[in-house]
Structures are given as C-alpha cells and as structure tokens.
Write a protein of this length. Structure first.
Length: 653
C-alpha cells in the first residue's frame, strides 16, 4: 500500500533567526536548504518519490543530486518540510533520508573543523568535546507516515516533544545564546586564555576580523554557519561566494549609490581612490546595477565608508596603520562635498539612508490548497513561483536571502519595498492561475492561492536577530492571524521603538465602488505629504494632530502602533478632516485649497479605515442595540509620512 511520508527538519528558527549579520542569515538559510536537499536525495535513493515540493528542476537539488546546470546556486531554495510517497517500508525511507542528511552535515562540520578549529584546539578548554556535543545533537529530524489521504499527522507529531537538546554549560555564544562558546573558558576567571583562543581563530588565513570580530565568541553551530563558505568546495562540493554578501547598510544605500554614480562620477571615483589609499579590505561589496568605468570602485566600497559618522568609528571603518593622521578628516570632507551635490530637482543629495526593509512572505493555507487542487498541481505552481521571485526582487533593487516553495525572505531599500511585496503577491497568484489553468478563467479554488507578506522598515544598526523576530511576528500574528490572510502588514521600527504598524488586504474597496491596490493608495498619500516640494500637502503636524484627535475620540489612554479604535457614531469625522486639511492647505496656498482638500480627504478617510478578510470583529459590526460602528487607525498616515522622508526624526518612537 502506498504511504505518505512527511519529513521536517528543524529547528528552523533556532538555526536561521539567530543571525547577527546578513551573511549569517543567508548562510544558515542556504545550509539548511542544502542539507534538506540531501535528505530528499536519500529518500529518492531508498525508492521514495518526492511528491512535494517539486524539485527535479530546482537548481540546488540538481547540484546536490549530481546533475548540475549553470552556475552553482546562490540562494537556498529547498524548504525544510517535504512529502514523499512510499510503496512499502516508510521507516526505511525515512532512515535513509536522515542518514544522508547527517552525512552531509558531518561533512560540512568536518571541513570547518579541520581548517579552522583543529589547529587551535589545544588552546581551548575542552573544545573538542564542546564541538562534538553541539554538532551531533543540534538537529531535530521528524517524520510521520500514514495513508496518502491521512490528515496532517506531522502537525500532530510536532506536539510530541521528543528532541530535548542537552543543557549547555559555561559561557554562551555571542550569536546563538543557548549554546556554549567553543573556547570552553569562563571569561570572569580566564579572560586571557579565552581571548588568546579567539585571536588564534581570527588570525588564521581566510578568517580575519571581518569574519570573527573582536567581541565575538562563537559556538560550533555559529562558527559553521559563518565559515563554511571559506571551505565550500570540501564542505558542500562547490564554491559559493559570501565575501560580497551585502550588509543592511549596503542595501539601504543602493539607490543613493546609484544616484551619486550617475550625478557625479568624478566625485565618486575620487572618493573611492582616497578610501583605498587609507584602508585595506574595503571592496567588500558587489555592484548590483550597471556602472561605467568613470565611477571606479565606488559602488564596491564597504558601505560603512559612505557614512560620515561611521568614518569616524575605527571599528566600523578601520584604516591602515600607515594612513596619515588626518586621513579620517579628509574622507569626511570628501563625503561632505558629495552630500552637498544637487540632484535634478535642486535638492542636496544628503547622506545615505539609514533605514532598510526586510520582507517575508508566505503562502496562505497551503495544506488546504493541496487538498483541494492536488499536490502535483500545487508543487508545479510553487516551482514556477520560486523560479521567478528572485527576479521580481532584483527588479526592485532587493536581495533575495531565501526563496523556496511558498516562502520568501529578502532585503530591500526603503523606496521600493512595498511595491516589491505587492509584486511578489501578484506573482504568486498569477503563477497558480497560469500554471494550473493556462491563463483561462480560474475556478473558485484558485482564488484561495493567496500570499501574505510583512515588510519591516528598520534602522541599519538595529540587531538583525531582533528585526527578524519582529518581522516574523508581523507576518504570523498581524498579517495572517490578525488580518485574515491575503494581507500585507508593514511597520517602522526606529531605535526608540515601534513607530507604526499597519495591516491591510492587498486590494482595498474605495468609495467609488472599485478596488485599488493598497500599496498604490498609500503611495498616493505619500505624494500628498509635504517633503520640501513646491506644492503644499499634508504636513507632519497635521498628521500628528489627527492622531491626537483619534486618541481622544476612541478613548485611548495612550495611542499604540497598530491600534484600531471605535469612533463615536454621533460625530461626523470626515467634515472635521476636511476642515483641518483645508485650513492647513489654505495657510500655504494662494488659491485652490478647497479643491485640493476635496481630493485628499477621501484618500485619507479610506486609509484610516481597516480592511480585513474574514468575518468582522465584534466591535466593527455593531454596537449597542445593533447600531453600526466605525473603526479607525492612524498607522497608514504615519507610514506614509515615514516613506516620504525616512530620515525624519530617526530616533523617535
């Protein structure tokens, strides 16, 4: 009898989310995909058939299977949960998959150990024992088997906690805080010995301070994530280039770098030559857009050297020992000249942006979709989505960290992040329609092929693992559970805390009886906000007055990001908005304030209202005695204000 074998590999969050820098995030996603592909290969070799996801044409799986095509894959694309159909002995197939997985993992660990840890092992205090304990007990390999039409046994199996990691003694890892760091010393008693161990690790050829910083003391798992690309040929079978993996600083600065390269190539080239004169190892980035020779190495500079404040920081921008005493002052002066350059509208270029966007996306109710449309059809559609999603992200100046199945993780500059999220959702929907129905009219079931996404705008200096946790909460709890799926959630996380949090369905109803893309409506509002333009628009003070008014009308003790409140049914809010906006415009316009207010008020009112999927919440449908109530929230206006000028009040909450 044919059986269905579900296999899941974890811990995903413990391995991927505990990342200090973007290269760790990419490396952990890539390595988990690589190991899962080996588990799939092991299942195939034991006569199992991988039914979901469809991976025969997946680049990473092809390389793992010994059928490489094109260049080695640059990103992870294989999800950590897969389904295998088995003709007879499911246990034998599951054990073969796990054995292949563990062999691949041990090969990766062995390559890192022999190259970087074994030569300094004698300097540690039980380093080999720590290494063996961590690499042999870290992974949780879970599987269930049953009839092909069984319910979700795997979800039920995960409630049975059988993988209990050993308690880790000693001082903990700087990145994975539940694991012991490798030297084995306790810093309070053996600081000198601990520092000596990590200096030996750091000063080896191929490591250096860019890979293991002075304040980092890593566990075996974190060190493998960080250094396996250095020995990739031995570890995974082919070379991968992690040297130029972009930082959050670089992602945020991409549009600014392009602007400087186009507007002032001479200034750009001269600054790059000056940086290279005073520092070494500064070409740590890869140009991600076409550039001419006139700009020199400017697009490849470590992005920290583009920020005036960072240039003054020796840790962020180290200079060579031979650099002149006034080198930092010279670099800052050159940057000031670039900042003062005027763009096509006569405005100074200013400094590079200090915010970037993290995008996560996930298909909605995939299990239900498989049940209704069939696993083969869904797998085929997901493969098509995976193939094209990286190009969608690249078109929006983004960097794909992971794209496999229905999951997407990417980093983007602020200006195009929301448009990218919308494009990813459209690509997901359209792929299902075109792959499964040939572009013809899709049956009702196809309408359920929806995707939810979260976009978190965060400051470049905020801890990456914290930002990852917040964006995952934004997707799971706000977009999916809170807004009913098929939704977008967007938030701004400033150094002072959460600034705003807005959730909406992708297409919002408007007063004219039509639906419009929520992202486009928000962009329209963004254009109406005054940001050093000639035309008068909504001011920051007006937006904050509306927020204060809603706080009083809704009876909030204190407004919180993401909060929706019930407006009194006796108050006509729209005429008040019109009066406030009209008055604000009238003070700054010679004429036309009334007609301009007539255009702006419906847009503002629409974005103040919630737009959710599913049944309405109790206080959105009716109040006492069955009367209708109206909810409102200010977050869309605050988000549009941020997008109009992301550097405004950077430190504020």
């Amino acid at each position: 009898m044919t059986q269905r074998l579900d296999i899941s590999i974890g811990p995903v969050q413990g391995f991927v989310a505990q990342s200090r820098r973007t290269r760790d995030l990419w490396g952990s996603s890539y390595l988990l995909s690589f190991l899962t592909a080996h588990a799939m290969r092991g299942a195939q070799q034991a006569d199992g058939r991988v039914k979901h996801p469809k991976v025969d044409q997946d680049p990473l799986f092809r390389w793992v299977s010994g059928r490489p095509t094109g260049d080695p894959p640059a990103i992870g694309s294989v999800p950590n949960h897969f389904v295998v159909t088995v003709a007879d002995d499911a246990r034998r197939v599951a054990e073969a998959a796990e054995r292949c997985f563990q062999e691949a993992w041990q090969r990766v660990c062995k390559a890192v150990w022999q190259r970087f840890v074994e030569p300094v092992c004698a300097e540690g205090n039980g380093t080999r024992a720590i290494w063996e304990r961590q690499v042999t007990t870290f992974w949780e390999f879970t599987w269930t088997a049953g009839p092909c039409d069984h319910g979700n046994l795997l979800a039920r199996r995960k409630h049975w906690r059988s993988h209990l990691p050993l308690d880790e003694p000693g001082e903990k890892c700087s990145v994975m805080h539940n694991l012991q760091e490798l030297s084995g010393y306790v810093r309070a008693r053996s600081r000198t010995e601990q520092d000596a161990f990590w200096r030996r690790i750091t000063y080896q050829e191929g490591v250096g301070k860019l890979n293991v910083r002075d304040n980092e003391r890593l566990s075996a798992i974190a060190l493998v994530k960080r250094l396996f690309p250095k020995v990739a040929k031995d570890a995974i079978g082919w070379r991968v280039d992690a040297t130029h993996w972009p930082s959050t600083v670089r992602v945020a600065a991409t549009p600014w770098i392009r602007g400087v390269a186009e507007l002032a190539p001479d200034h750009a080239s001269q600054y790059a030559r000056a940086v290279k004169k005073f520092a070494t190892g500064v070409l740590s980035e890869r140009a991600r857009f076409p550039v001419g020779p006139a700009v020199g190495d400017f697009p490849r500079l470590d992005a920290n050297y583009l920020h005036r404040d960072s240039v003054a920081n020796e840790r962020l921008c180290p200079l060579s020992d031979s650099a002149a005493s006034g080198a930092r002052d010279e670099l800052r002066q050159r940057l000031d000249r670039i900042y003062d350059l005027k763009d096509g509208h006569g405005r100074p270029l200013g400094s590079p942006p200090t915010f970037y966007a993290l995008l996560v996306a996930d298909g909605d109710r995939l299990g239900k979709l498989v049940h209704e449309l069939g696993g083969e059809a869904v797998s085929e559609a997901l493969l098509g989505f995976t193939v094209q999603v990286s190009e969608v992200i690249r078109e929006h100046d983004g960097v794909t960290v992971y794209a496999g199945g229905d999951d997407v993780l990417a980093m983007l500059p602020v200006p195009r992040a929301l448009a990218c999220a919308h494009a990813v959702a459209e690509a997901y929907r359209c792929t299902f329609v075109s792959r499964m129905f040939g572009g013809a009219s899709a049956p009702p079931d196809a309408a359920q092929a929806t995707l939810s996404a979260a976009v978190l705008f965060a400051h470049i200096r905020m801890p990456l693992n914290y930002v990852l946790g917040e964006v995952r909460h934004l997707l799971d709890d706000v977009a999916k559970d809170g807004n009913g799926r098929n939704s977008l959630a967007a938030a701004v996380l400033k150094p002072g805390g959460l600034h705003c949090q807005w959730a909406t369905i992708w297409n919002r109803p408007t007063p004219d009886g039509q639906t419009h893309a929520a992202v486009e409506l928000l962009q329209d509002l963004q254009q109406q906000i005054q940001t050093e333009t000639k035309d008068a628009g909504l001011t920051s003070s007006l937006i904050y007055r509306i927020r204060d008014l809603l706080t009083r009308l809704c009876g909030w003790d204190q407004w919180r990001p993401g909060q929706w409140g019930v407006l009194p049914d006796t108050l006509a809010v729209q005429p008040f908005l019109h009066a406030e906006i009209h008055h604000s415009l009238d003070e700054r316009m010679d004429d036309g304030a009334a007609s301009r207010a007539d255009e702006i008020v419906p847009l503002v009112w629409n974005l103040l209202m919630p737009a959710r999927n599913g049944p309405p919440r109790p206080n959105t449908a009716s109040g006492e005695a069955g009367r209708r109530t109206t909810q409102a929230g200010i977050d869309a206006l605050l988000l549009a204000r941020f997008l109009a000028n992301p550097e405004h009040e950077v430190g504020g909450a």
